[in-house]
Design a protein around this ligand. Structure first.
Ligand code: SF4
Length: 242
């Protein structure tokens, strides 16, 4: 039986659906503009609904934006199942960037398989090996990247802008749905029958690596299930730090 104490997929209102054509129009213009200015731009997709929304539009507009995923080797099975689904629905091959196996093995040998629960430092070290270093590789041949981040997602994202300069990789960075609400995202997913990651159906509003994500109770911050044992202000993996 469904547990109603947990977060559930939002039911967008009639107003959310009414606002959608205008939001989509603006988003299409943003994506076309990015692709025109940066023909080698890449979307970093964690396969979250936000990234699936952008993927759906990239496919419909036939934009040359490459889509990649950081396959940390710790993702949910259901998350991985979306990759062949994207191929089937959109005929798009997602580029996968995996961690350096030797470094990942050494980390587990030195600190233990679940060392990321022990301290922020060890958690960030794991994120560095499994996400940051592969991200650096993914971005090494592009002049711009896109993310599905939204302002509403957490306190660490309240200041997001549409266009930023990524001072770590020295390239442009775009957050094309920075001003979308969670309800608007789900309105798009529903209207366009976009495939999505199945843990959303089990109370996960934000889905990362399997051991570092838990379902969220009603009323909690939607990123509360990410690294739930840490304080709110440390809850980023470093992917979006300048
Ligand atoms: S989210 Fe967890 S398992 Fe994934 S890279 Fe970071 S610490 Fe490691």
């Amino acid at each position: 039986m469904e547990n109603t104490n947990y977060w559930q997929i939002p039911q967008p209102s009639a107003e959310d659906h009414q606002n959608l054509p205008n939001k989509v129009k603006i988003l299409r213009e943003r994506l076309i503009d990015i692709a025109r200015r940066y023909p080698n731009a890449k979307l970093a997709s964690s396969l979250a609904v936000e990234d699936m929304l952008i993927t759906d539009l990239i496919a419909k507009l036939k934009l040359p934006i490459i889509i990649f995923t950081l396959e940390t080797r710790k993702l949910h099975t259901e998350t991985l199942a979306l990759i062949p689904k994207i191929k089937e629905v959109y005929d798009i091959d997602i580029e996968l960037y995996t961690p350096n196996q030797e470094e990942a093995d050494q980390y587990e040998k030195d600190f233990g398989k679940f060392a990321f629960y022990e301290s922020v430092e060890l958690r960030k070290k794991c994120c560095y090996i499994r996400k940051i270093e592969p991200l650096n590789r993914a971005l090494s041949d592009t002049d711009a990247w896109l993310t599905g981040q939204r302002r509403e997602q957490s306190v660490t994202r309240e200041q997001l802008e549409f266009e930023e300069q990524d001072t770590t990789h020295h390239i442009a960075k775009f957050n094309p749905i920075f001003d979308w609400t969670e309800h608007e995202v789900w309105a798009y997913i529903q209207e366009n029958q976009v495939p999505f990651n199945q843990p959303y159906l089990k109370g996960y509003p934000s889905i990362g690596c399997e051991p570092c994500t838990r379902p969220v109770r009603k009323g909690e911050d939607i990123r509360a299930g990410r690294w739930w044992w840490e304080s709110k202000d440390s809850k980023e993996c470093g992917l979006h730090q300048n």
